[in-house]
Design a protein around this ligand. Sequence first.
Ligand SMILES: NC(=O)c1ccc[n+]([C@@H]2O[C@H](COP(=O)([O-])OP(=O)(O)OC[C@H]3O[C@@H](n4cnc5c(N)ncnc54)[C@H](O)[C@@H]3O)[C@@H](O)[C@H]2O)c1
Length: 469
Amino acid sequence: MNLDDSRFQASESVEPTRICVIGAGYVGLTAAACLSELGHEVRCVEVDATRLAALARAEIPIYEPGLDELVTRHTSSGRLTFTDDMASAMDGVSVALLCVGTPPRSDGEPDLRQLGRAATAAAAAATSDVALVVKSTVPPGTCEALELFVGGHAPDGLRVRVVSNPEFLREGRAVWDFFHPDRVVVGADDSDLARVVAGLYPSSWPLVACSRRSAELVKYASNTFLAVKISFANEVAALCEALGAETDKVLGGVGLDARIGGAFLNPGPGFGGSCLPKDLSGFIAVAESAGRPSEVARAAQRANDTALITLAAKIESALGSLEGRTIAVLGLAFKAGTDDTRFSPAVALVRELEKRGAHVRAHDPIARVAEPGVHQVADPYEAAHGAEALVVATGWEQYRELDPLRLREAMSGHVIMDAVGVLAIEPLRDAGFDLYGIGRGLVTSFAPVLWRPLEWMLDAGQPSGVANP
Ligand SMILES: NC(=O)c1ccc[n+]([C@@H]2O[C@H](COP(=O)([O-])OP(=O)(O)OC[C@H]3O[C@@H](n4cnc5c(N)ncnc54)[C@H](O)[C@@H]3O)[C@@H](O)[C@H]2O)c1
């Protein structure tokens, strides 16, 4: 990525501030590098020794376009440093960003222990009054509780306040998103403090200043809405299959409505990643505990589970049975453009196919799955070698370029399931493949539904004023 590309550069500057960023994951590392680019002095604290050692060697532990150049530029300029020592990082700092993980517990609620530990350590290391700014995604009420909790850990005479400033970046476009936010949301109980946190960003960026629980809910509600959109798109695609309608035209037509918008209306194996499933279940839990259960959110969650099972069942029915069959799965990342496989539908699909008896050989251009049992190879044609079916599970651009004739030669079967809609249908059909998809390709369940119009026509043929029998 070229840093001369303005998409990856700060176009405006801000009043430089010394900031501590806690956690060097997708959110923390992006925030640390981009805040340095805006002109701030950033000290980034990371507890993971492997991650820290990689950063010390100027290696970026995650795949994120544009990030490596920013990190290199600002570690060289001295505006960005990495450490595991909270005391030195917090020395003289009045703003600390908490960017630690909030993974889901088995009951669906977020596990906030990393946040509690990081906030406590930061409060204890404070050398002046400090604002702890929560960028991690947390349920409404967390910032208020955190402020009460960490207050007792601060050195005598120092005040620790907690502000909500949720992060909205998309993995794979994190740097671009940082510099082009749809909105910066700052939730604080004091307008002076809100101004300090908002002042970390250029004043031209759209700002929503609100209460802490409002800010926390903006993030939860946004991700829940996106999840609902994806689940709805999958249900419309299933209906298109049943009715023989063209899914791309239907969802494309729906998305052109400015009130709806086309983003997140693409059918696929369902949503995954470290955010949508977790934030949806967090939203459901919060709504329930507030006595306002969300039927819409619950339905989106059920529909998402169904999407993956329906996909596996379609592959099974295309092959007759999955017992002992060899299947190539292309894509393991939860979406194209990232190396993140946390809660990836592609990985879940591999597991589901194996559960049904298949042997899976998988490929991903960037992502690596460390779990045992996932057989990953370095080349898509190697994955296809001898396979009876091939499934595209992540929409990497490079899968569009696959050569149908080479695939046909490599594979022993002729079934392709394009779960993400990246392949061109005709060339694969010409090469002798049966191409299945979600709402496109070979459809087996189409049943004519003419009875409805016919009944209406019969009724319309009655003389007016004659009651129906
Ligand atoms: N990944 C995304 O796309 C995204 C987008 C918006 C919001 N979020 C939210 O942001 C938060 C972070 O997400 P992420 O994907 O960056 O997580 P991550 O797991 O990639 O990174 C978290 C980092 O924090 C470090 N850490 C944990 N405890 C620490 C401590 N006490 N001190 C220093 N470092 C510590 C971990 O070692 C890890 O490197 C989550 O709440 C997530 O829901 C994520």
